[in-house]
Ligand binder design. Sequence first.
Ligand code: ARG
Length: 573
Amino acid sequence: MVNKCETAIVEWIRSAFSTAFGVEYDWEWLQVVPATDRKFGDFQCNDAMQAARTLRMAPRAIAERVTDALPRPEMLESVEVAGAGFINMTVNKEWLTEQLQEIAATDNFGIPNAGQGRTVIIDYSSPNVAKPMHIGHIRSTVIGCAVDRIYRALGYNVIADNHLGDWGTQFGILIMGYRHCLSEDERGNLSVELLERAYVESYNKTKDDESWLDACRAELVKLQRGDPENQAVWKRFIDISINEFDRIYRRLDVHFDLYRGESYYHEMLEETVRLLQEKSLAEVSEGALVVKLEDEALPLCIVRKSDGGFNYTTTDIATVRSRVEEFNPEKIIYVTDERQQLHFKQFFAVCRKLGYETCLEHLWFGLMRLPEGTFSTRQGNVIKLEALLDEAVSRALAIIENGERDIPVEERRALAEAIGIGAIKYADLSHDPQTMIVFTWEKALALEGNSGPYLQYAYARICSLLDKHAEQFGALDPLSGSVLLDSAVERELALKLMQFPGTVLRAAESYKPSVLAEYLFTLAQLYSRFYQSSPVLRSDEGLRKSRVKLCAMVATVLRDGLHLLGIRTPSRI
Ligand code: ARG
């Protein structure tokens, strides 16, 4: 919690408890929460109830002793004991104003430099080559991108690595499909869609044509041995795939520092396995080389198959070695769906046995479903990611065209792209990653309610208010004059704004962009309560200036917060 306000109060409460009752107890667990009823203050501490058990005293007596133990800190205007032993605290208005101004004067609204340049690798999106990205990939890309931006904002040196599936047995099948199931014309105008078709046709042939299967194997061996012709077509498959993925990444505003697919590591596999053997971590079992993970209560994992081939696990172990040696990261975060949990647990355990100290985190997420069922490549009706984006954009376009404002045609298209894609991203990010999502258009595009468009509109409305203000009264110097916090809602808004830096930190530490999404939604709701009850342009000069400043701060936080989620914020909608 780097919320300056809460942190300072918590510190005071903890030292008040230890002054009153002694340092021999651990007081680190004490918490301060926003007051449930603002009539009684801004924050409250309810922990006297819990402490009563250890101290064998009535909670109210505890609370009274605590509040008398130390002088009240300057930042608190009042501290009162209420009811059975609640400690209610009201923040000093001048202090709050000052702190708010201080945060607002920074260029990132107070986000702390928690990373201090330390390196974190985030492995996300990572689709497989020669297959169109489908809706199953969306969560890895969207969540990964948000975590990436959040860590960067916190001052980490982030390396975004797209670990493409560009190596493996499927390439023998694909090469045969490419050569024999596509026309010359099609080979000349190759696309991911054609590659997928070639793969499926070739794959189907392997099922009832033994000689076809043999031929596929032979092509794979040739490729693995570096046959120039097979290497050339394989490279072409990769180039074409990346080209198409990049088109989607551009629309999603996602950027990678590295595109190191599985093939990048394939020459390191042999040595990785040798290392495991040298350290007596691997043993032969039924012809395969395995690492036993009994101590970790995990099933053993195979690092070399009985046919001598390496697998996904071997590659991931080699990848850690390579990443550690080259970048010495503090942490590697992997973003994939929940079905890969066992794989990650296993190879993380192997890496620990090998002595790697880098923190390895598997950020897994639940699947996204349409009400009709799961998206899966194995099912016939795969929804391609690009088709989903197109549909979102055309639905957003319809909403824009229904709106009041007359928007020039060229601008409309860009707006629809921002809103449609923002809606899809937010529908994903507003849920805890580790839950399944049932995606519906109605919810994702709702203009009222917890949606991307709702937040984008909230931001654009504030921008237009600020424009109007500038037109009528001229530009306001953001650093001059102070914010008056005379009404309850303004006070609440100020306290909420102060929570932004801590929320960003919490979202990073918990790997949950949803923490930030939820914060932005409550901020927008609070702002609309403020706006409904507090005239801005029609107020007297002092109040008007103060409120405009508050509005500008809300706009900044909405813009920066949405940006961290990878969502664009047009200033006019
Ligand atoms: N290509 C894999 C898939 O589509 C995801 C790779 C995740 N990253 C990793 N280092 N294993 O399922």
